[in-house]
Design a protein around this ligand. Structure first.
Ligand SMILES: Nc1ncnc2c1ncn2[C@@H]1O[C@H](COP(=O)(O)OP(=O)(O)OP(=O)(O)O)[C@@H](O)[C@H]1O
Length: 597
């Protein structure tokens, strides 16, 4: 179901669609700005009347001067009100968009978040929303002013003297034409500029993030190359941009400056004045009012750039918002028990890409451990991630306790499955609250019990502030193994009947390994477990081992049965043993030599 905001937001592609929910406020700010600019023009008209009055035999300009002052004050007040309203609306839009996008992200498939990457999503929620804020706050009043000023000026001129009004309009149109010619490559150039700027932003982020790896493996010459390439491409576009835009900018300034209009109005006015068909006072009035007409167009030049940029942001926001949420069942069902069934599951990562799982079928009886093994890319992680609906299956069904996972509410599914992944994420919060995730009401005694079971208690109490140490702060820096034990403590505390476990590929040291194995044993006890096994010894005790190859289950059974089959599992096992032998030989030299050859 789309929220009312989203409904408006997606009604039109681009900025006008995204701004739709606050369009009332934006129209108000634009109207106030337009009224403000009318008041300014009114003040100039009144000044022309002051001049007219001064030319009379008995001049009485005071009342006109007061009116001019009054109109100037009104113009300032209206301008201020427009500024305040546009900023309030911008804040409202920003809050609405951030809330809406965050809520939407909580509903889209986890797989979408995984494939999009946190960098790209952060950019939309942070930068693009901020750009739209800037556009609404500053550019909408400007838009109101820059459209109103030339039109109202023209109308006033037409009323005062239509002949001189047409002269001023002619100069203006010629100016716009020259400007359009000068700026014909402008759009393409700005798009190139934006693309190169994006590229350099990406290169900088990658450069900084990869710094530790880069500095360990490379003297810098190759790794800096991408950054340098992006930098020099950007430099090229920038130089071209500056050159082109400074030419067109200078031209625009000349054409749209008051000078050409002033000259045209002086020449035409003097001719009309000489022929006796124009009074001096009207001439002066036209000169005062008309010269500002072209100048009022200048902000429109910048605005086209702002609109283009904001439009790009709006399109990215809309694209993220239109990502379909994970379908929720109309009437949610409750599973009975925690056995898992994969029933002829086929799955493809995209509509146009081929299947990566082909009719995978297996059962995991409640309280047993099923290990997934197979070569890299065989589909182990995909199988594990389909269970909590990172994505939905293309064909077949996955059932927990007899209920298709698609027929459970997200909450029910979450309350049944716990995850322990290799890439452990700790919030910038206390260790205790990191363990409490998913059970915020857990008491300190429960947190501590889970930490003890996960072999984490001993190192936690040695941290500067024990359980209250903030993860990531000084003193709270944890090793990979320690972080993983904290996530295991989290899963133990969550106490969900099913655990999906992505086993660590490497253990930092034997002590950590012993602690981790014991923590995992505690977590797995009495639960239904799917274990992605990267190291074969861990699977020997599994109740069932599924051997995957090319997205198919090619062998299944327990360790002994699979060895006897003399198939893929046997080959994987032999390779593992050879590797073990090789490393044992390395560390246990025979015949008094350290050489393994
Ligand atoms: N997000 C994704 N988008 C597209 N294809 C993907 C995605 N994730 C995995 N794949 C593809 O799906 C196939 C199965 O990958 P999967 O990660 O499930 O294998 P795996 O057995 O877990 O591998 P490993 O042991 O290396 O982690 C591979 O061909 C992989 O390239």
């Amino acid at each position: 179901m789309k929220s009312p905001l989203a409904h408006g937001m997606l009604s039109k592609p681009g900025i006008w669609g995204v701004m739709a929910p606050v369009m009332g406020g934006i129209r108000g700010a634009m109207a106030l700005a337009a009224l403000g600019s009318m008041a300014t023009i009114g003040a100039v008209v009144v000044l022309a009347l002051v001049v007219h009055e001064l030319l009379q035999s008995d001049p009485q300009p005071a009342r006109w001067m007061v009116l001019a002052l009054l109109l100037t004050a009104v113009a300032l007040i209206l301008r201020g009100a427009s500024f305040t309203l546009s900023h309030l609306v911008a804040f409202r839009l920003e809050t609405m968009l951030r809330t809406e996008l965050a809520e939407h992200l909580a509903r889209v498939p986890l797989g979408f978040l995984l494939s999009s990457g946190s960098g790209a999503l952060t950019k939309v929620i942070q930068d693009d929303v901020k750009d739209l804020h800037g556009f609404v706050a500053d550019s909408t009043p400007l838009l109101g002013r820059s459209v109103t000023a030339p039109v109202v000026t023209l109308v006033v001129l037409l009323v005062i003297d239509w002949r001189l009004a047409l002269v001023a309009l002619g100069v203006l149109l010629a100016g716009v034409l020259v400007l359009r010619l000068a700026m014909r490559d402008h759009r393409e150039l700005s798009e190139r500029y934006d693309a190169e700027r994006e590229r350099i932003n990406g290169a900088v982020i990658e450069f900084v993030q990869a710094m530790p790896v880069v500095r360990t493996f490379d003297d810098g010459s190759t790794s800096f190359r991408r950054y340098h390439q992006a930098l020099s491409a950007f430099h090229g576009v920038l130089a071209h941009w500056v050159e082109a835009s400074s030419t067109s900018g200078r031209l625009a300034m000349i054409v749209l400056s008051p000078l050409p209009t002033l000259i045209a109005l002086l020449v035409a006015g003097s001719l009309l004045f000489a022929s006796g068909s124009l009074s001096f006072a009207v001439w002066v009035g036209v000169l005062l009012i008309g010269t500002g007409m072209a100048e009022a167009l200048i902000p429109l030049m910048w605005l086209s750039g702002f609109i283009r940029k904001a439009n790009g942001s709006a399109l990215r926001i809309q694209s993220l918002r239109s990502e379909p949420p994970l379908p929720e069942p109309l009437s949610a069902q409750q599973p009975v028990g925690s056995d898992i069934v994969f029933d002829s599951v086929s799955f493809a990562y995209g509509e146009r890409s081929g299947d990566v799982l082909h009719e995978v079928s297996f059962c995991v009886p409640a309280g047993t451990v099923t290990a997934l093994v197979g070569p890299s890319g065989s589909g182990k992680s995909t199988v594990a991630r389909l269970l909590p609906r990172f994505w939905d299956v293309r064909a077949g069904a996955i059932r927990i306790g007899g209920v298709d996972v698609r027929h459970m509410s997200a909450q029910t599914l979450m309350s049944h499955v716990a995850f322990v992944f290799q890439d452990t994420f700790l919030f910038h919060d206390t260790i205790a609250d990191n363990i409490r995730l998913g059970r915020p009401d857990a008491t300190m005694a429960e947190v501590e019990r889970a930490a003890r079971a996960a072999q984490a208690h001993d190192f936690i109490v040695q941290l500067p502030e024990g359980y209250e140490t903030r993860a990531g702060d000084r003193g709270g820096r944890l090793s990979g193994g320690q972080r993983q034990r904290i996530t295991i403590a989290r899963a133990i505390l969550q106490d969900r009947p099913i655990v999906v476990l992505d086993e660590a590929t490497a253990f930092a040291d034997p002590e950590n390994e012993v602690a981790l194995v014991s923590a995992l044993a505690h977590l797995m006890r009495g639960r239904t477990v799917i274990l992605i096994a990267h190291r074969l010894p861990t699977v020997q005790d599994a109740d069932q081992i599924l051997v995957l190859e090319g997205g198919c289950v090619v062998e299944r059974g327990c360790h002994g049965e699979l060895l006897a089959l003399k198939g893929l599992y046997r080959r994987l096992w032999n390779t593992y043993e050879q590797a073990q032998g090789w490393s044992l030989q390395k560390i246990r030299p025979t015949g008094g030599t350290h050489d393994t050859h």
